[in-house]
Design a protein around this ligand. Structure first.
Ligand code: GLN
Length: 483
């Protein structure tokens, strides 16, 4: 398996392949509104358009005497990304969207009251302290207690609140990546990491995780594995950091203590910074979530990334945080100050109340059990279909192997799908013909590696039970297309 770093300029260029605008609808899909329960929130509503993400331009919009910065092309940022191709606005209105991971159920009322309270006050509508409102940082200090080290986190120096995990992460890269620094990313990877590296002048080095063949008699496969030798060989004198993501998006893997210890050994040996994206920390199913920063010697070299959006079913609140030693948080804070100055004030109020009350309400235990129920509906659907899938250990994603799905050879894929790999074809076909939209996985790879696993698609089960039951039923109509 090839693992050496790819200078993205060489392999990720979208030059000469201008982004194609919105996909066509064939109007041939079998699903009808009648398949969706009346109370289902999965049917596209006006609000769905506000979740639109990714490229908003057409090739024509980019015609200008002013040349845009090359980092956009190098970072794949002008290409129509998977979030925009499979956005609800491009899907049939009755399609159940299990692509982008966002919830169709509300955050808890009692947390939302925190935002209400802030909005009704004067200062709750003004700039927050750029480190985060004191109430939220205090709530974080109590919430995490001694989980990171022997004493509570220092709310002045060991944490900072950010505009969602995404901004916090970006600030961390800006703070630590110098031009030419290599950053190790495990594939498939949450696509934002690529831009975090490339926009800051770094060089991404990709290390693939491997699907697990498991027991041939079982549809449910163990999670994907990391080959430590490959990881070790990917490290060079230019390596500055490793991006770790546990629980993992998109495959739902929760790294074991042994795996993390092996990564820690490498980080220690080569003096690496570790960005540990743990935004799904409270969605772990019957296994241990090991905080990388708590492994021996790792606190001083780890920035942990957290997200209120994942904790409280509130991805639109855009509140996240970074936790780490003062020497790592201070530079990230300096970068964040210049990027955004501070995070959204009233929503920080909601998160503060959420963290203050979650424990006594048993909120995360209940939420995890609800997610287990949601997960079971989809895994059961894949069992019935005899499709191989990876057992999710955490987060809210299931990856499914669709190598034996066969659509008609003359299926009229729109151009922007036809140009992409097999997983895009499979996902589009399902969205149009079955009325359930998953997400293809190849956008979570660098271009040079995209062919490795082009038979995997991801389903998000961050949806209510009725919606998932409808999706599970619809998916059964795939049977006739399975070889
Ligand atoms: N983290 C979410 C997912 O993986 C949403 C990401 C996004 O919208 N860019 O589905």
């Amino acid at each position: 398996m090839s693992i050496r770093g790819y200078i993205c300029l060489a392999v990720l260029s979208s030059c000469g392949r201008p982004p194609v605008a919105v996909a066509l609808h064939h109007g041939r899909h079998l699903a009808t509104a009648a398949n969706v329960p009346a109370d289902s929130k999965a049917v596209k509503t006006a609000e769905d358009t506000s979740t639109a993400s990714g490229a908003f331009h057409t090739a024509r919009d980019l015609l200008s005497p002013i040349k845009h910065a090359t980092r956009l092309t190098e970072g794949r940022a002008l290409r129509q990304d998977v979030w925009s191709v499979f956005n609800a606005v491009n899907l049939p209105s009755d399609c159940i969207n299990l692509g982008q991971g966002y919830m169709n159920f509300p955050p808890p009322d009692w947390a939302r009251e925190g935002a209400q309270e802030a909005l009704c006050s004067t200062m709750g509508n003004q700039y927050a302290h750029p480190k985060g409102i004191p109430r939220l940082r205090k709530a974080m200090q109590n919430f995490y207690g001694t989980q990171f080290h022997e004493r509570e986190l220092d709310m002045e120096t060991e944490m900072m609140v950010t505009n969602g995990a995404t901004e916090g992460q970006y600030a961390a890269f800006t703070a630590f990546v110098d031009p030419g620094d290599e950053v190790i990313i495990m594939e498939p990877f949450f696509d934002q990491y690529l831009q975090c590296v490339v926009f800051n002048g770094g060089v991404p080095v990709f290390v693939p995780l491997h699907p697990n063949a498991g027991d041939p008699g079982k549809r449910c496969k163990p999670t994907w594995t990391l080959d430590m030798d490959t990881l070790s060989r990917a490290i060079t004198p230019r390596t500055k950091m490793i991006v770790l993501n546990t629980p993992h998006n998109p495959i739902g893997k929760v790294f074991t203590r042994e795996e993390l210890e092996a990564i820690a050994e490498l980080a220690d040996k080569h003096n690496l910074l570790v960005i540990s994206d743990e935004v799904y920390e409270h969605l772990v199913y019957d296994r241990e979530h090991v905080r990388f920063a708590t492994l021996p010697g790792m606190w001083k070299r780890t920035i942990t990334v957290g997200s209120a959006g994942k904790l409280f079913a509130a991805t639109g609140w855009r509140v996240g945080w970074l936790i780490g030693p003062p020497a790592l948080i201070a530079p990230a804070y300096a970068a964040s100050l210049r990027l955004v100055y501070c995070a959204n004030t009233p929503m920080q109020g909601a998160v503060a109340v959420g963290l203050e009350q979650a424990g006594e309400r048993g909120f995360f235990e209940t939420q995890t059990n609800e997610y287990k129920e949601r997960k079971a509906i989809l895994t059961d659907a894949f069992e019935r279909l005899c499709l191989n899938y990876t057992q999710p250990e955490g987060a809210y994603f299931i990856t499914v192997d669709v190598s034996n799905l066969q659509w008609p050879a003359d299926y009229p894929f729109p151009q922007n799908i036809r140009d992409r790999r097999r997983d895009f074809h499979a996902a589009w076909f399902m969205a149009m013909e079955v009325g359930v939209a998953p997400l293809p996985l190849t956008d979570f790879y660098c271009d040079a590696h995209a062919s490795i696993n082009e038979n995997y698609i991801r389903f998000s089960y961050a949806k209510d039970l009725n919606t998932l039951r409808s999706a599970a039923e619809r998916l059964q109509s795939l049977k006739r297309y399975l070889k």
